[in-house]
Design a binder for this molecule. Sequence first.
Ligand SMILES: C[S@@+](CC[C@H](N)C(=O)[O-])C[C@H]1O[C@@H](n2cnc3c(N)ncnc32)[C@H](O)[C@@H]1O
Length: 273
Amino acid sequence: MARSRKSVEPTRPFLKWAGGKRRLLDQLRPYYPQQFGRYHEPFVGSAAVFFDLVPQRASLADTNERLIRTYRGIRDDVEDVISLLASYPHDKEFFLQMRKANIDEQADVQVAAWFIYLNKTAFNGLYRVNRGNRFNVPFGAYARPAICVPDLLRTCGRRLKNVRLEVADFATTARRARRGDLVYFDPPYVPLSATSSFTSYTRHGFDMAAQRRLHDVTVELKARGVHVLLSNSSAPAVYEIYGDGFECIEVTARRAISASHRGRGIVKELLIR
Ligand SMILES: C[S@@+](CC[C@H](N)C(=O)[O-])C[C@H]1O[C@@H](n2cnc3c(N)ncnc32)[C@H](O)[C@@H]1O
């Protein structure tokens, strides 16, 4: 089997992401297998685990097309993305113009600069769209947001070289994993309570039927000898779904408690394998 990790330093994501795993990495690392073939991350978001793991061969996917096009822009033309970002002013009027742009008609470089700009300047770095797929998060009014961090973007661009990037549902990409590969699933979580849910990363939410479909895919992968790691909330439904044939490891994360509560609290989450 191929050596699974490159002998280079891990790096951090260049995007902020709701449910991002950056602060949980210390608790996830002990469960990375020593050896694996290809690494697959079908719900990639800001790719915190991918950038930490530095696998030799990887496939990353998400249903958010603009996000995947952003990774392509950073992988293929990072200097052009940096030049564009460096030319964008931080003010509300420009932000509102960017929000309205018909970005899907543009090239990956423009999409990447658009996505990163809005990620750094919108409220809480949220990505949310309306029914027409228009970005609709309000201006964050931050004093000095780090809109362009050239060295970080260049490092991420290098790590993404030769990485397969796809816009697809998790089932399509996960089923390609072979014996000995590693798949890390980080889906939108089963909500802990009716008010704590944030599952609208794209126009389509992630309901309980999707959670069960994900369980079925993980069962199929494990039966084929694929290493599987999966994150989810500690909602009773998650223990129920993964009650048979899986180990549910409790980890702790600092998260926003609910939309109506501005504070952050320690929340128990699960790492399932
Ligand atoms: C919890 S986030 C992943 C966070 C990521 N691990 C990180 O560290 O930033 C879940 C991601 O799943 C994506 N997603 C939602 N439904 C999906 C589906 N059916 N297939 C693939 N990706 C999906 C969302 O766009 C979002 O980026």
